[in-house]
Write a protein that binds this ligand. Structure first.
Ligand code: FES
Length: 160
């Protein structure tokens, strides 16, 4: 019953079609299609899955599998800014734990949680491909690194 009342916007449809044009089939386009919806809504609600699946011609169960497996598709509402902290090996050697602890302290939330003012969501992520700049984190689409714990406050303040 939840599916009733949910509709993809024109823009979302357009972007999903665009993604389809870039891949051999709907399955290959599924992450881009999910991302198109996430771009507009901030996350991908359950109700969106059957609609997106229909648009790319795969089953809702298959798409659900992709959406669940891929950690950068958010299945719950997130804050205005998503902070992703690299917890892979190089960053562990260059201050990951101190950075994570400082973020947890400043934000007052743990991984997977959103601050009560809805400003930030904190998540771990695997290697951001900038291992020479550890410890690294992404805020929205911006890569930060190397980040010292002392830098955290000023960086956070620049995201309103
Ligand atoms: Fe952190 Fe590669 S290990 S960016």
């Amino acid at each position: 019953p939840k599916a009733q009342g949910f509709a993809l916007s024109e823009e979302e449809r357009h972007e999903i079609e665009h993604a389809l044009g870039h891949y051999p089939d709907g399955r290959a386009a599924s992450i881009d299609a999910l991302k198109a919806v996430q771009k507009h809504r901030g996350w991908v609600p359950d109700e969106a899955i059957p609609e997106i699946a229909k648009a790319i011609g795969i089953s809702a169960a298959d798409l659900e599998g992709v959406a669940t497996f891929y950690s950068l598709i958010f299945r719950r509402p997130v804050g205005r800014h998503v902070i992703k902290v690299c917890d892979s090996i190089s960053c562990h050697l260059t201050g990951y734990e101190e950075l994570r602890d400082e973020l947890v302290k400043q934000l007052g939330v743990q991984y997977g949680q959103t601050t009560p003012d809805n400003r930030y969501t904190l998540l771990p992520i695997c290697c951001l491909g900038a291992c020479d700049r550890g410890a690294t984190m992404m805020i929205d689409d911006d890569l930060h690194g190397p980040v010292e714990p002392a830098d955290v406050k000023a960086i956070l303040e620049s995201y309103k």
